[in-house]
Write a protein that binds this ligand. Sequence first.
Ligand code: SF4
Ligand code: SF4
Length: 278
Amino acid sequence: MKTIAITGGKGGTGKSTVATALAVELGKKHKVLLVDADVDCPNDHLLLGIERKKVGAVKQRIPKWNFKKCTKCGKCGEVCKTHAIVSIKGKHPIFIEGQCNGCGACVLKCPVKAISWSKKKIGKVFKGKGYGIDFLSGELEIKEPLSEMVVAKVGEELEKVSGGYDFVVIDTAAGTHCDVISALRDCDVAFAVTEPTPLGEHDLELIIELLKELGIKFEIILNRFEEGKSEIIEKIAKKSGKKIAAKVPYKKEIMEAYCKGIPVRDKSIEKIAAMVEK
Ligand code: SF4
Ligand code: SF4
């Protein structure tokens, strides 16, 4: 089994378009699992018109108070680094659930053991099938901040099933933050997808820096390619000792496939699939 990550420092460069198209292309000859690890904003199922089935929930531990035991000392509020507890001496603490990361400091600090644990649902895990490939994804609940826990749960699910596939294609979140790092960690090769704009250039440099830091073999894919407009990305590729591995053209047929929720078919995607197979 080989794991291929489709990543990119910037959102909106076409990562998901490339990831879904590549997974479907590889799926013509191989057993492929597509993983949407962009849990803040998963959209691979929409791009492929896959109906997802919920297979699990992600829960975060949160503290709960027993005010019969609480002596209103205010110590739990003092240790909470995320300001999830408003403590006023002489009053019961007020808990702001959305700020809590479940660290447990308040539970440990309370001198009368008035705080114990409860749980709240912060995300879901889904599976699905379509176009000859299997699909796995996670989704963070609205207003919840701890996306890394959902990514970790998707990673656990992936570990259970990945042995049954020739290729696992992981579509990471955009950026260079913790969720991206955990999605990239065990991959064999990463494709950094970018676009020919100054922002694309800037964020490509960041993701290349991260991939080098993590010691991950990588290639660069230029999306929305138009003749004579790719110089800024060519320069970054050269600076990092690379050539642009594939150029996905800016053309109407690709936009139409994207809007209709069907996989993009293009020679550039076939080229990437051939590189992966090698
Ligand atoms: S578990 Fe940690 S973050 Fe949550 S309320 Fe307690 S101290 Fe604050
Ligand atoms: S530390 Fe315990 S006793 Fe003190 S205010 Fe918090 S819950 Fe109440």
